[in-house]
Design a protein around this ligand. Sequence first.
Ligand code: ADP
Length: 265
Amino acid sequence: MTLTMGVDLGSITAKCVLLQDGCRVLADCVVKGGMIGDGAQKAVTEALHRAGAALTDIAYTVATGYGRVIFAGANEEMSEIGCHGKGAYFQEPEARTVIDIGGQDAKVIRLGAGGRVSNFAMNEKCAAGTGRFLEVMAQALSHPVAELARLGSQATGKVSISSTCTVFAESEVISSLAAGCPVADIVAGIHESIARRIAGLAYRVGPEEKILVTGGVAQNRGVVSALAEKLGCELLVPQFAQTNGALGAALYAFEKFRLAADHVD
Ligand code: ADP
């Protein structure tokens, strides 16, 4: 049995996936606290605990994500785009597009034959259309970010949030609250705003079905259904949505280990 590990160190969360023989996920774990603090170490410890394994059992570790260079425990680092593509292809071999909406950035990746990345577009400059945008708006509404989907599902209308800039959009949300707009309708407007931004990014690469949505924001059904409406097709949220990049890293780790072992033989 060969165990490999993928660690995805993001801006908001650290993710770890333990993989058995390149085909079975033994544990996946998300810990709050990305690059700052000991999030990565906690995610690794928790994933090992869940799998009943020790660090010495791990044959190879690949790190990915925004903060991958500061994670000391990896044999190798890989790009986020490659890892997300690999994880998505493993979870859904018919996936042709991956839309990853993380805390600090959003990316749309086109996959060709065998899950190879053929094109991608990324928004890493601006918080609009990312989890950070959701967090700022949730705070303005005094609700946890995990509550937004439920709140938005009660909407009977949609408050238009027209500013792309997160700071201006936050002012719009506060003004709408002060004007007595229902919170649910404001939340629906927030979801719509993110969907509009992500759809624009997706059209830059030409989205092709099947489309997977990954990253922490994939947990918000309101954003996913607003995006499905904008793109005019069904979107799949895979089982390992937030840990998709870490899964891809663990898959790469398995390939790398096999390659090294073949070299020795
Ligand atoms: P990163 O890899 O950049 O650290 P993630 O892919 O882990 O980011 O996504 C983090 C984002 O996911 C947060 O900013 C937050 O907006 C969103 N998020 C986390 N948990 C939930 C949840 N339960 N429901 C909706 N959104 C969530």
